[in-house]
Design a binder for this molecule. Structure first.
Ligand SMILES: C[S@@+](CC[C@H](N)C(=O)[O-])C[C@H]1O[C@@H](n2cnc3c(N)ncnc32)[C@H](O)[C@@H]1O
Length: 280
């Protein structure tokens, strides 16, 4: 399998510059999706009947064990899901590039038909000079549209520091927020549309430790009972700081929440913090 992946990567690196120079962003996306579907999604769908890759998970928290860490430990990261397909088709990096979708599918798929409220920080700017940019081929709002498709009765909200990419569509509304500024986060949560809390909050913004902490501390109260909060793209360099913070501070400060740290890349930046609020 690894030899196939290496050969696939070298073909991709030869073709990529040529494709990008000659095609429009949407044509690049369509091509990229087809390539991924044939070379990765379909073979993995078959192989995952026998191949299993599970993440390393550490649980924290004083909430009565809801089994969050155990549930995440049993996720097969090798097995693609409907969410992987939907997110990749729309141009989000949650499936194809980062492979967070097997984890999210395990957490959210039972709720697909419920009227959930989902919020995502970070829309995916394609301004190459902006911090945490997706690059010129980025598709702002891709993941929000993915949530809308996956949750046909859901309401989807988002926010970003880049005012130029804010938008409003059927069942999607977005707002300005600078996650490094606590008053900006409080203003965000004071918006009339955002009253009533969220069932799912995903933080996919600036990806610095300071920004992660700032948004988490100002947003955990917004979770509805049973709700899930996720911080994406945590770097391995910050593991120890997170472990200490979760052990010494958050597990005591938030007794109604259970925390699970999911290591997918060590070394690497594709790691998650998952927080679940007790159901009552
Ligand atoms: C990785 S992209 C988000 C990708 C998107 N969530 C998706 O799945 O397609 C990160 C986003 O964070 C935004 N960002 C950067 N700094 C920020 C800040 N201080 N506050 C809020 N958003 C910020 C960027 O403008 C960018 O759109």
């Amino acid at each position: 399998m690894e030899a196939v992946e290496t050969r696939r990567d070298s073909i991709k690196s030869l073709l990529r510059p040529l494709v990008r120079r000659t095609l429009s962003p949407s044509a690049v996306h369509a091509l990229r999706f087809r390539w991924w579907y044939l070379s990765s999604y379909s073979p993995r769908l078959v192989a995952s009947r026998v191949v299993k890759r599970t993440p390393e998970v550490r649980g924290f928290g004083m909430a009565p064990a809801s089994g969050l860490a155990k549930q995440l430990q049993s996720v097969n990261m090798f097995a693609p899901t409907k969410m992987c397909r939907v997110m990749t088709r729309l141009g989000s990096d949650k499936g194809r590039a980062n492979n967070y979708t097997p984890v999210y599918s395990a957490l959210f798929s039972e709720r697909y038909n419920q009227p959930v409220r989902i919020f995502e920080l970070g829309l995916g700017t394609n301004n190459p000079d902006a911090p945490s940019s997706m690059g010129v081929f980025g598709m702002p709002g891709a993941s929000l549209r993915g949530w809308r498709d996956l949750f046909p009765h859901g309401r989807v909200y988002g926010a970003d520091i880049d005012r130029g990419i804010l938008f409003q569509e059927d069942r999607i509304k977005t707002f300005y927020c600078d996650q490094l500024d606590r008053s900006s986060i409080r203003e965000l949560w004071a918006q009339p549309d955002l009253q009533g809390g969220m069932d799912i909050i995903i933080e996919d913004g600036l990806h610095t430790l300071e920004a992660n902490i700032c948004f988490l501390e100002e947003s955990l109260d917004q979770l509805r009972p049973g709700g899930i909060y996720i911080t994406e793209d945590i770097g391995w360099k910050h593991f120890d700081e997170w472990y200490e913070r979760l052990e010494r501070i958050y597990s005591k400060q938030y007794p109604k929440y259970e925390f699970a740290f999911v290591v997918l890349a060590n070394p690497g930046w594709i790691n998650l913090l998952v927080v679940r609020r007790n159901a009552n």
